[in-house]
Design a protein around this ligand. Structure first.
Ligand code: HSE
Length: 431
C-alpha cells in the first residue's frame, strides 16, 4: 500500500470539500487504488471550528511554512488562489521535496513554465487538473487521453459563473445583478467575482489550454479579454429571435505561424452543442487532427465539482501518474514555442451590432454608408419597433469583417448625432 500524507493550504469552499472527500473516500481509495491517503495538516488564517469537528483528527496551523517544511508530508494542496503567496507556497513545497496539487489557474497561467521547470529539476510533480473545467478531465484528456493529436483550434465555455448568469438572464429573464448574487450564493464565483464577470478567470484558463493544446506559454494578461457586464437582456432576446445565443467563449485558433487567443461574449447558433451547455456547466470543444472534434462537458464550478478534480489529482499522485512528467510541459518543442500570439487587429470575424438610433429619414443611409466605406458588408438589418422618445434599436449582422475596420467604423458612427448610446458589438463564431 502506497502511503500519501498530505497538507492542505486554503480552507475555503473547495478546501472544505476536499477535506471531507479525503475522509469519506479513504476506504474506497485504499481498496480500489491501493493508496492510503491521509490529511495531516490544514493551514489557513481562520479555520471554522464547526467544520473541524467533521473531518477527524487533523493538525491545524496559520503558518504555511510549518506545513511545507514538515518531513512527514509528501504532498501540498494549494487552494488559496491568486498569485501570492500561492506561488511561494508551491515553490517552497517543491524545494522541500513535496509534490503539489493546485486548482490555481492564475498561478499556473502566469508562472507555469517556471514552476514546471522547477518541478523537473527537483524530480517532483505539479498536478493541476482543477485549473480548467474543475473536475472534468480536460488536462488528462489533452496530455494522455488523446495524446498524439494536434489542434487547429478550440472553443470553450470555461467560467461557470458567467455561463450561469447568461443562462439565467436568457431563460428566466432575471437581471444581471440578481444572477451574480445567485451564482455567489451557490459557491461558483471567485472570492472576487469581478474576475469571473470581467473575463479574467476565463483568460487564465485559456492560457492553460493553449499551453496544453498548442505547446505555447502565453500569459492570461496577454489575451484579449472582454467580460459580460455590457450584455443587455435585449441582446439575448434579439439573438434568440435570430436562432442565436450569447456565450462567453474562450477561443484559440492556429493561423499560419500565429495563434489567435481571445475571450469575449460570442454569438453562436442555437443548434450548436455548445449552445445547450447551460447554467454552471462548462465545455471545451477541441478540433483534433486525428480524432476530429471532441466535446467535453460537465460542471465547471462549485464545491464538489472542484473537489473532485483535486481528489483525482491526489489519487494520480498516489499512483505516481503525473501530467508534468510529460517532458513537453515546461519545455515546449521549438516549433511550437515559436508560434506568435496574434494581435486583435489581425482578427476577422462576423459581428452582431446594435445601435440605438433616432427614427428619421436618412439615418440608415449614413450608417450603412460608413460601414460600406470600411468594407463591412451587412448580412441582415432589422429596425425594431420598440421606440422610446423616437429612439429605436437597429440590429445588424455583418459578413466576415476585419476587427480593426469594425472598431474604426463604430468610432465614426457613434459621432453621428442620430446615434444615442454606445454601440453594442458582439463577435459571432460560425460554429
Ligand atoms: N469562478 C470559477 C467559475 C470557478 O465560475 O467558473 C471555477 O474555476
Amino acid at each position: 500500500m502506497k502511503k500519501l500524507t498530505v497538507g492542505l493550504v486554503g480552507c475555503g469552499t473547495v478546501g472544505k470539500g476536499v477535506a471531507h472527500l479525503i475522509r469519506s473516500k479513504q476506504a474506497f481509495i485504499r481498496a480500489r487504488y491501493n493508496v492510503d491517503l491521509r490529511l495531516k495538516t490544514l493551514c489557513d488564517l481562520k479555520i471554522d471550528k464547526k467544520f473541524l469537528g467533521t473531518i477527524g483528527k487533523v493538525h491545524t496551523t496559520h503558518d504555511f511554512n510549518e506545513l511545507i517544511q514538515d518531513p512527514q508530508i509528501d504532498l501540498v494542496i494549494e487552494l488559496i488562489g491568486g498569485h501570492h503567496p500561492a506561488l511561494e507556497i508551491i515553490k517552497g513545497a517543491l524545494q522541500n521535496g513535496k509534490h503539489v496539487v493546485t486548482a490555481n489557474k492564475a498561478v499556473i497561467s502566469t508562472f507555469g513554465q517556471e514552476l514546471f521547470r522547477l518541478a523537473h529539476k527537483v524530480s517532483r510533480s505539479i498536478y493541476f487538473e482543477t485549473t480548467v473545467l474543475a473536475g472534468v478531465p480536460i488536462v488528462k484528456t489533452l496530455t494522455e487521453g488523446i495524446a498524439g493529436n494536434q489542434y487547429a483550434g478550440l472553443h470553450g465555455i470555461v467560467n461557470g459563473t458567467c455561463n450561469f448568469i447568461l443562462s439565467e438572464m436568457e431563460s428566466n429573464g432575471i437581471a444581471f445583478d440578481e444572477a451574480v448574487k445567485l451564482a455567489q450564493a451557490k459557491g461558483y464565483a471567485e472570492a472576487d467575482p469581478s474576475l469571473d464577470i470581467n473575463g479574467k478567470d476565463s483568460a487564465h484558463k485559456l492560457a492553460v489550454l493553449v499551453m496544453l493544446a498548442m505547446g505555447k506559454f502565453i500569459q492570461g494578461s496577454d489575451i484579449y479579454t472582454e467580460g459580460i457586464t455590457h450584455i443587455a437582456p435585449e441582446d439575448l432576446k434579439y439573438a434568440e429571435e435570430m436562432g442565436l445565443t450569447i456565450k462567453l467563449l474562450a477561443i484559440a485558433k492556429k493561423k499560419g505561424d500565429g495563434i489567435e487567443a481571445r475571450v469575449h461574449p460570442t454569438l453562436i447558433s442555437k443548434k450548436h452543442p455548445l449552445a445547450s451547455v447551460k447554467g454552471v456547466y462548462n465545455a471545451v470543444q477541441l478540433e483534433a487532427d486525428i480524432l476530429g472534434d471532441l466535446l467535453l462537458v460537465g460542471k465547471g464550478a462549485g464545491q464538489m465539482a472542484a473537489a473532485s478534480g483535486v481528489l483525482s489529482d491526489l489519487i494520480n499522485a498516489g499512483l505516481d501518474n503525473a501530467t508534468t512528467d510529460r517532458t513537453w510541459i515546461g519545455d515546449a518543442p521549438e516549433e511550437l514555442g515559436a508560434l506568435k500570439l496574434l494581435s486583435m487587429d489581425k482578427i476577422e470575424t462576423e459581428f452582431y451590432i446594435r445601435l440605438m438610433i433616432i427614427d428619421r429619414p436618412g439615418v440608415l443611409s449614413k450608417i450603412t454608408g460608413i460601414l460600406g466605406a470600411y468594407g463591412i458588408s451587412i448580412a441582415s438589418l432589422t429596425q425594431k419597433t420598440v421606440s422610446k422618445n423616437n429612439v429605436v434599436p437597429l440590429v445588424m449582422l455583418t459578413h466576415t469583417a476585419k476587427e480593426i475596420d469594425v472598431r474604426r467604423a463604430l468610432e465614426k458612427i457613434v459621432k453621428l448625432g442620430s446615434v444615442k448610446a454606445e454601440p453594442v458589438a458582439i463577435r459571432m463564431e460560425p460554429l
